[in-house]
Design a protein. Sequence first.
Lengths: 184, 564
Amino acid sequence: MEKKLFTIIIYTENIAGMLNQVTAEFTRRMMNIDTITASSSSIEGVHRYTISLWGEEDSVNKVTKRIEKKVDVLKADYYTDKEIFFQEVALYKLSTAKILENSEISRIIRHSNARIIEVNANYTVVEMTGSTDTVVNLYNEFVSLQCMLQFVKSGRVAVPRALHDNQADLLFNEDYKRKSVTGK
Amino acid sequence: MNKDMITGSEALLRSLINEGVDTIFGYPGGSIMPVFDALYDHRTDFRNVLVRHEQGAVHAAQGYARSSGRVGVCIVTSGPGATNTLTGISDAMLDSTPVVVIAGQVSSSVLGTDAFQEIDFVGITQPITKWSYQVRRPEDVAWAVARAFYIAGTGRPGPVVLDFTKDAQVSMVDYKPATVDSVRSYIPYPTPSSSAMAEAARLINEAERPFMLVGQGIELGEAHEELKAFVEKSGIPVARTLMGLSAFPTDHPLCVGMLGMHGNYGPNVNTNKCDLLIAVGMRFSDRVTGKLSTYAKQAKVIHIDIDHAEINKNVKVDIPIVGDCKEILAGLTTLVQPKEYVDWVKSFAEYNAIEYDKVIDKALNPTEGPLLMGEVARKVSEATANRAILVTDVGQNQMMSSRYFKFTQPHSILTSGGLGTMGYGLPAAIGAKMAVPERTVCLFTGDGGFQMNIQELGTIMEQGVAVKMILLNNNYLGNVRQWQELFFNHRYSWTPMLNPEYSLIAQGYGIPSRLVIERSELDSAIEEMLSTDGPFLLHVAVKEEDNVMPMTEPGATISDMRFE
């Protein structure tokens, strides 16, 4: 079966050890996670993980079901890139001296819709949001212009394209909002 | 201080009483001493069973749970006490057995410092439990225990671990009993889809050669009566998995035998001839399916299971029905038409007759040569009017006893199906006898597995547990030897075994025993075992190089069974 890039969106209770439980399901199958983003969600006490990885749909389907089966996992679904909007954020720490030397660098920053968030005598920090390809392309351009000091990019964040999907239904389900993890 | 304040340890025991616990399998140690100290004041509330090894504690709790349907409980210490439970916890996870393992843990102030007998027990057990939680405040005890029992015992049951820090055991708390009857992220009993039920009923009514496979889900869901009513109305033949052998009576006219690698010929052949498979509470284990790419390809498949993650896991399903099988079977019974499949049911008997001639007759009715495992199993079964609980160890003793025992009562097969844990049998039999003392509990074990937890003879001695132990001794690790004979060119690599004098071992523990070598003595020895009050070791010298047959070779098509 063909390997494709999938994005798995998971809602869990915000408790210690939860991430370990989720990632253990991938470890068991030696499936390599490409990116992972974990943070609080719009529901109090609920965490949201966005995991992207390359895999065969059958395995991704099975691993998603087993993640959802965990007692403290509220919801887990997987999506192809066509089914979601997704973005990554990147920070580029550049040499201010090089930027002053070569005007091409400033031109690229402006044309790529990147944002300068810090400038000082030593370095400049540029931020950009976009698809993986976009942020990595900009990285490659900075490298070729020899101004790169440091680069970091996040995992993806994603929302499903569908107006009503299971996950949105969950978000607006009053029962979920009301009950806390302790069931009180 | 409020005079109503109690310690976390006392809160734990009150919470266990609150859950209806009356038996605990445990072993004390440094980090659980406050709990054991509190237990000293509750000697009349609990039957606390001192096992001889923590692995024995979990298997005993499993035996207790499987025979009674209640949640089994163990209390052990941190570090090695906790790690010794891992095999049993894994076994309970694979075989869906509700147990709660409470382990001591070092004080929360020294967690992560490699303190004496500290291990990351929650981290280790997360992949092999339904829920694993560290209790580090006495205020959390009541809630955590209530949640543990709720999660272990509901839906698809399984093991739960509570890792209880020593400071939480000794700190004081204003204890209030807690109940947990829902967890928002956990749906133990999904509502079955009525459209799927209707579609399943339509397929059943249109089928010409329908075939039903039932597993332990029937036992866990207490759906024996609903299964019988469905089968008798629909007229559909039923085969059982190893784990589900007592889900349906062996001698029912529509019972066509056991599935799988060492199952019966009729059900395995007809799996690949039926036009509709109806699987209930079973998980299409590789030991049942053989080669998946040739498994029941001609048939439509209906899969009824409480666990959504089982659907399409191994076998692609046409109609999944996710929910409680008791409710689903009752619903389907009203939707299906009464039918009889005379020729189809007869075809199972015809294939089973081939197996009888080639294998069963020889296994049950030998007239000369050493005793055979099969004849011993059948004779013990019949001597208990087929009403005993069969507890098996793992290996040839397991396959022979489960093949030749007959089942008339629910909850009568206790065996390590998923993990295949040698050493499971003896402690599981102890737990079973303690849970249902009114029933006869027969352990079938081998010389290999018996010695893996042989220390539990001490528990039997101390508690006076009336377990009937049948040791089928062939001086080999028999199942591995069989595979070496068949697939490794007779190279018996470390499977012959020098055995001790078991009668002396039994004598050392004060347990009566009898060695049987001659066929003529078998009946009277079984009679002596069953009529003796208390435990008994029946040591049977069986044929050394006997094979469990028929057999589907690993990775082969399930219907391709060999008879020798």
